[in-house]
Ligand binder design. Structure first.
Ligand code: UGA
Length: 444
């Protein structure tokens, strides 16, 4: 089928590439000419395992095109996806200006019937706004072209985006017109193998499903972080508690890892946006607000542990080795990353930072620029040089089993703050290092 996708960010680029990979004819549109030009040469603007060879192969095969020419791209399509950003506005609501600007572009250029599919995470009711915007443009042109609007939220995770997209656990389709549903079912047929993964529903339910999924996952994390904080106070170990509850299938093993707080471009913004939507409809979403508040607090928890360790002594002039800057492993994304809160707090207290991230150093340089209290190192070991203490913020695989004796030799103050509970306290302490994890009351 002929597909056009507006937006070559995470969602748009990955979706476009996967659709091309199963044989569809895909055009990706972006307003950023440099990005489009780079993509045609196989330069991928994001770090995402497996994506680059797929983009190159499908581009070379003539199934995946990149352009800034919206009008031509619209002329190409049976299905037009909107996959542009929905950043929060000042109030925390999702800002729809990019989505609606694509909608009006579509309205200005469609000549034949299409299905317009919202893939961006958008508040409930956005499909109606997209439809009204397109209709307005058509009326202004004085033409009558049949079109449908569908909601087809994306559930891919950064770092696993290609796998999530190629093997989705569900494909949610919200649409009023059964013909639009049929078109999307045909499009996704190659991904709908072994068992039925397509769930068809009305537009508003599809829009809310996306927020519900992310809010539920964020809630699990904040819940565990809250229990971790309680564990710390009462002298229990959250890792034991986690193992004690995860085997209950009603709870499950996923997303019950306590840590330095959730970050990224989705959870923080989606939890906030859902709460705002609820408020706008006269409902106070107390639980969602608490999930957000617990997370904001958790991002400062590593610094609290550092303060606890130094017991009131000033940390000005001390150097902290920081392992991990990205909001999670396998990405270079630092949006809303816990590392940003930690670094700001350390700098505020007059400390210095030697940081290493396998992928996000460049991004950190872009965000923080040159500053004399930040050294970006090219290895985990280099970050330890001349440091007083180590803080682990992101659980990259390569940080999982360091040589603790070496770490001990490198660190003047001999202490590890483990923001992802990667290590066993006994093993760390056996190397004569003090250990602080998240919710590990027994070792504090
Ligand atoms: C999240 C969802 O997992 C995807 O299903 C969704 O499609 C995506 O948002 C989106 O809306 O686009 P993502 O933000 O890429 O994906 O990252 P996750 O793997 O979900 O991690 C989010 C944050 O939660 C990370 O900071 C991670 O460290 C943290 N986390 C995750 C925990 O602290 N504990 C856990 O047990 C799991």
């Amino acid at each position: 089928m002929r597909v056009t996708i507006f937006g070559t960010g995470y969602v748009g680029l990955v979706t476009g590439t996967c659709l091309a990979d199963v044989g569809h004819d895909v055009v990706c549109v972006d307003i950023d000419a440099a990005k489009v030009e780079g993509l045609t040469r196989g330069v991928i603007p994001i770090y995402e395992p497996g994506l680059e060879p797929m983009v190159k192969a499908n581009h070379a095969a003539g199934r995946l095109h990149f352009t800034t020419d919206a009008a031509a791209a619209i002329g190409h399509a049976d299905l037009i996806f909107i996959a542009v950003g929905t950043p929060p506005d000042e109030s925390g609501s999702a800002d729809l200006k990019y989505v609606l600007s694509v909608a009006s572009t579509i309205g200005r250029h469609i000549e034949r019937p299409v299905v317009v599919v919202n893939k961006s995470t958008v508040p409930v009711g956005t499909a109606d706004q997209v439809e009204a915007t397109i209709a307005r443009e058509l009326a202004a042109r004085g033409v009558d072209v049949a079109f449908d609007v569908a909601s087809n939220p994306e559930f891919l995770k950064e770092g696993d985006a290609v796998a999530d997209c190629m093997r989705p656990d569900r494909i949610v389709i919200g649409a009023a017109n059964p013909l639009a549903v049929e078109k999307l079912k045909r499009l996704y047929a190659p991904f709908n193998r072994n068992h039925e993964r397509i769930v068809v529903m009305d537009l508003r339910s599809a829009e809310l499903t996306k927020y519900a999924a992310n809010a539920m996952l964020a809630t699990k994390i904040s819940f565990m972080n809250e229990i971790a904080n309680i564990a710390e106070k009462v002298g229990a170990d959250i890792e034991m508690v986690r193992q004690g509850i995860g085997s209950d299938p009603r709870i499950g093993w996923h997303f019950i890892y306590p840590g330095a707080g959730y970050g990224g471009s989705c959870f923080p913004k989606d939890v906030q946006a859902l709460s705002r939507t609820a408020q706008q409809h006269g409902y106070d979403a107390h639980l969602l607000d608490a999930v957000e508040a617990v997370n904001d607090n958790q991002k400062g928890h590593l610094f609290e542990l550092i303060m606890r360790h130094y017991d009131g002594a000033p940390i000005a002039g001390k150097t902290f080795a920081v392992w991990g800057l990205a909001f999670k492993p396998n990405t270079d994304d630092m949006r809303e990353a816990s590392s940003r809160t930690l670094l700001a707090q350390l700098w505020q207290a007059g400390a210095r930072v030697r940081a290493y991230d396998p992928e996000a150093n460049e991004e950190a340089h872009r965000i923080f620029g040159e500053r004399e209290d930040l050294v970006l190192c090219d290895s985990a070991r280099a970050a330890l040089a001349d440091a007083d203490a180590l803080v682990v913020v992101t659980e990259w695989k390569q940080f999982r089993s360091p040589d603790f004796v070496r770490v001990r030799q490198a660190l003047a103050d001999g202490v590890i703050f483990d923001g992802r509970n990667l290590y066993h306290p006994d093993e760390v302490e056996a190397a004569d290092l003090a250990y602080y994890g998240i919710g590990r009351g027994r070792s504090i």
